[in-house]
Design a protein around this ligand. Structure first.
Ligand code: GLU
Length: 308
């Protein structure tokens, strides 16, 4: 058994977990349990406009209802905001950052105008407008808006291996590591927190594959070891679109109201991942020994996941 260290589930506490979130959680939980490694929960609640303690507490109950309990107290990012200061300072000191004064609109316009840019206008990648501003221009722009802080990627593409999806390559722009309201950005905090918790196995949804390229660059610049990545497919609705609040009957409460128990939800998730048979009603613990041989190519990803 390879010792990758801890694994984690890192939801934003903005509402009830839906079956897609729960399946991602189950994949990371099984990854940890099958390796005998600690499983952590980290609440990505730095965006205080949308995150609430109540939502996080409910999410813990929803994980527990399926048999998943974190091995240590969950981390709430907003409760220790200073932990990001020194990593950011060290990136600044090593010249890997620059202040960016662009508004969203300016970025959209610059991307649209960059028809000759190597990445093309469709890429949505930041075209580097503020990368080489002189100090007087910075001072002038600072009068109008506080700057965000961008990481200087210094390379057009990042290649990495994903244990489920194989060889990956993504274009990487100079991305934000601290927002212009001073809040550290997702691509920075996830790397700092994973490293601090000795997370060596990142099992999460595949919508984050391109973010992984950015996170690898930040981690390398901070001198952290690169974790193993194993992304898993999102659960989608009948139209093939990832589940969202607009979809009905996808939280445990909604499903319970429709007569679908937590045990049946767990079974559907397990069947969709190829670790249980229909009608078996396994517990989460029953699935642990079956996890090693699982590969996501055989997963069924359209809710309700099994023929009803
Ligand atoms: N908070 C992210 C999400 O809910 C997950 C972040 C991560 O796993 O790195 O999609």
């Amino acid at each position: 058994m390879i010792d990758f260290g801890s694994g984690r589930f890192a939801p934003s506490p903005t509402g009830d977990l839906h079956v897609g979130n729960l399946r991602t959680a189950l994949a990371s939980w099984l990854d940890c349990r099958s390796r005998g490694a600690p499983w952590l929960v980290r609440f990505e609640d730095l965006d205080q406009a949308v995150a609430t303690v109540e939502a996080g507490e409910r999410q813990l109950q929803q994980l527990a209802a399926l048999g998943m309990e974190p091995d240590v107290q969950p981390l709430w990012q907003s409760r220790q905001p200073d932990r990001y200061t020194s990593p950011i300072d060290s990136l600044v000191a090593s010249g890997r950052t620059y202040p960016c004064y662009c508004s969203r609109r300016e970025i959209r316009e610059a991307i649209a105008a960059a028809v000759n840019a190597p990445n093309g206008p469709e890429s949505g990648l930041y075209p580097g407008t503020c990368a080489a501003l002189g100090s007087s221009e910075r001072a002038r722009r600072a009068q109008f808006r506080p700057p965000a802080l961008r990481f200087r990627s210094d390379q057009p593409a990042v290649d990495f291996h994903d244990d489920n999806f194989g060889a990956q390559s993504f274009m990487v722009d100079d991305f934000v590591i601290r927002r212009n309201d001073g809040v550290p950005a997702y691509n920075l905090v996830v790397v700092v927190d994973d490293n601090a918790a000795a997370v060596g196995s990142v099992v999460r949804a595949d919508d984050l594959l391109s973010s992984t390229a950015r996170q690898i660059l930040v981690g390398e610049a901070l001198g952290y070891p690169v974790p193993r990545y194993a992304h898993v497919p999102l659960v989608v609705n009948a139209d093939g679109v990832r589940l969202s609040k607009r979809d009905r009957s996808i939280t445990l409460d909604d499903l319970a109201a429709d007569g679908v128990s937590a045990g049946e939800v767990l079974e559907r998730l397990a069947v969709s991942m190829g670790v249980a048979a229909v009608g078996e009603r396994p517990s989460a613990a029953d699935l642990v020994d079956r996890w090693g041989s699982v590969h996501v190519t055989g997963w069924r990803n359209t809710w309700p996941l099994v023929a009803t």
